[in-house]
Design a binder for this molecule. Structure first.
Ligand code: XBP
Ligand code: MG
Length: 252
């Protein structure tokens, strides 16, 4: 089976967006609205068990703020807070303050040159993806991805496989033609649920996650002058990920 396409998660995989992007954006939106909600780094790590910003806010209220009396229009209020949060995230990302993770840009450039097709499959809001790519990967780079499957486009977010099914269907490809890139257990459940072989790069929030079923678990993609570490899975004896590595992983 030939490798035709690469499907990328965004948050935590392309960039470390959660701690210094989404989290401060949520906190700023809460502050603007006069709410005493505040998510520190540790609490946010726990809240990441729930994917989707609106879903995460509701989970926080239900599980951490039993004192809070929900107004009748609670759903609309959460939607408004989420829109404000998205604006704050865009401002942060547009400052270029959320760099791509090691090896990401190099690998994407190589993959394009090798004729591999690229797509995004993420839980986050579509605007967040575009602004991040434009400012951290480079102007015009959203066009590198033939499908950007994001946010509420499917009703069931990761760990449901729906967003991957959607991307594959848009590309007219089967799971066996592709590799997925993820950083979290919820993301891996989603990609495996769609039948995709998956490469994991961990981050501080996901180091302890259960990655059973992943093809390989790496510290990061690595670069020729900055080797990565293999934490589990296929041992291809190469300290950075390039297209040859991906083809071998896909075959194996
Ligand atoms: C990403 C998420 C998202 C972001 C926030 O998960 O869980 O909820 O934290 O995005 P994954 P929104 O990397 O598995 O796609 O606030 O735009 O929902
Ligand atoms: Mg992720």
């Amino acid at each position: 089976m030939t490798l035709h396409a690469l499907l990328f998660d965004v948050d935590g995989t392309l960039a470390d967006t959660e701690r210094d992007g989404h989290r401060p954006a949520f906190n700023q939106a809460f502050k603007d609205a006069g709410l005493d909600w505040h998510w520190d780094v540790a609490l946010y790590g726990k809240l990441l068990a729930v994917t989707g910003g609106k879903e995460r806010m509701k989970h926080y209220i239900d599980h951490y703020r039993p004192d809070y009396r929900k107004p009748d229009n609670f759903d609309a209020m959460v939607a408004d807070l989420h829109q404000a949060k998205t604006r704050h995230y865009a401002t942060l990302a547009a400052r270029g303050g959320i760099p791509m993770r090691p090896g990401v840009k190099r690998l994407l450039v190589e993959a394009r040159a090798a004729g591999l097709r690229l797509a995004i499959a993420t839980t986050t809001t579509p605007e967040n993806v575009t602004v991040l790519l434009e400012h951290s990967l480079g102007a015009g780079t959203p066009d590198w991805f033939e499908v950007i499957a994001a946010g509420d486009i499917v009703p069931a977010k990761k760990p449901a496989p729906d967003i991957y099914h959607y991307a594959l269907q848009k590309m007219g490809l089967g799971a066996a033609d592709c590799l997925a890139f993820e950083d979290s257990e919820n993301g891996l459940r989603a990609s495996l649920g769609a039948g995709l072989k998956t490469l994991i790069t961990v981050n501080d929030y996901t180091l302890d996650h259960d990655f059973s079923g992943a093809a390989v678990v790496l510290s990061d993609l690595g670069d020729p002058d900055a080797p990565n570490r293999r934490l589990a899975g296929a041992d291809l004896d190469q300290p950075f990920v390039d297209v040859a590595y991906l083809r071998a992983l896909h075959r194996g």
